[in-house]
Design a protein around this ligand. Structure first.
Ligand SMILES: [Zn+2]
Length: 329
């Protein structure tokens, strides 16, 4: 679990950083995706799942308006890994309490985020994001509720998006509530840590070589010298405007999401295992309301027993085929 570059180099990345950051951060909870749980779950053995094909979904959704609920799986084809995909290693989530209560933890988090954020900023929407935007432009999709913080739906052209768990490009002061852009914070962090990025990345490495997490976190081991930035107004603690594990989604945002589900005839779930209640509750709500629920995901999801139809496949190809069939584009 120590900075393995799975893409290219295996575990040999140790020592690639400069001696200035040589002290390894103690093992323990790592500041990873905030809303992700380490505990795995399994469907009950008697669960009934109605598996189907794209054609089945087209038949079910034709003539119906749809609200989409998306998760990390829709962004994996954009290069942002999904911790819960079948081949992902188990992860320890960072909690709100850890972030607020532990200064060393916060330093470690911001150091990693300073690297990972740049990767997320450079990612682009994929065919799955574009298919949902196409469906919205055609009047089929009423809106997208996403558990992702990467803003790729907005980049793809979706206009009605609820970023349920926040967005990576904003930072909030926990004391005075002032919100600033992540870009502005990046300039301040670079000024406070002028050699950090080049030391971490080394001469031969780029940001893309570093393992990047869905919440713009990244694996950086030596962070003890990193200097975080306080709020410029009040000196308070800055936190990404992201809902952490242990935090609740703001009530107003949840209500808007329920209203978006109510506004459509069906719910289309794409790229999420629905492990956290934060997303699962909308599937329950749709099913309880008698609305058809279509789930597109590789692997089991916690909502499978509630689904009218489950397609066990990737989101890019499935949503593209769905959009082509429903709107001809
Ligand atoms: Zn402040």
């Amino acid at each position: 679990m120590l900075g393995v570059c799975r893409a290219r180099c295996g575990p040999a990345r140790r020592g690639a950083t400069a001696p200035a950051y040589a002290r390894r951060v103690p093992s323990g909870p790592r500041p990873l995706a905030p809303t992700y749980q380490q505990r795995r779950w399994t469907l009950p053995p008697d669960a009934v799942v109605h598996h189907g094909t794209v054609d089945d979904a087209v038949a079910l959704l034709t003539g119906r308006t749809v609200t989409a609920l998306t998760g990390a799986g829709i962004s994996t084809d954009s290069g942002i890994p999904d911790y819960r995909s079948p081949d992902s290693p188990p992860r320890n989530p960072m909690t709100y309490e850890q972030f607020v209560g532990d200064e060393a933890f916060r330093r470690h988090y911001w150091a990693r985020n300073h690297v990972g954020w740049q990767h997320v900023r450079r990612t682009h929407p994929n065919a799955g994001h574009r298919a949902l935007a196409t469906l919205e432009a055609a009047g089929v999709v009423r809106g997208v509720i996403t558990q992702n913080v990467d803003l790729l739906h907005e980049d793809a052209g979706s206009r009605h998006v609820i970023d349920l768990h926040g967005r990576y490009d904003r930072v909030v002061c926990l004391t005075c509530g002032r919100v600033i852009s992540r870009e502005h914070l990046a300039e301040r962090l670079t000024a406070l840590n002028p050699r950090f990025l080049e030391d971490v990345l080394g001469e031969r490495l780029t940001v893309a070589d570093i393992e990047v997490a869905p919440d713009a976190d990244a694996v950086v081991e030596q962070t003890s010298h990193f200097v975080p930035a306080p709020c410029e107004l009040c000196g308070g603690v800055l936190k990404p405007e992201i809902v952490y594990f242990g935090e609740t989604v703001p009530r107003e945002r949840v209500e808007r999401a329920y209203a978006m589900v109510d506004d459509a005839d069906a719910l289309l779930v794409a790229g999420t295992s629905l492990t956290v209640q934060s997303g699962l509750r909308f599937v329950r709500h749709a099913a309880t309301s008698g609305k058809p629920v279509v789930i597109v995901n590789r692997g089991e999801t916690r909502g499978d027993p509630l689904a009218t139809l489950k397609i066990d496949a990737g989101t890019s190809e499935t949503l593209t085929a769905l959009a082509a069939a429903l709107v001809g584009g």
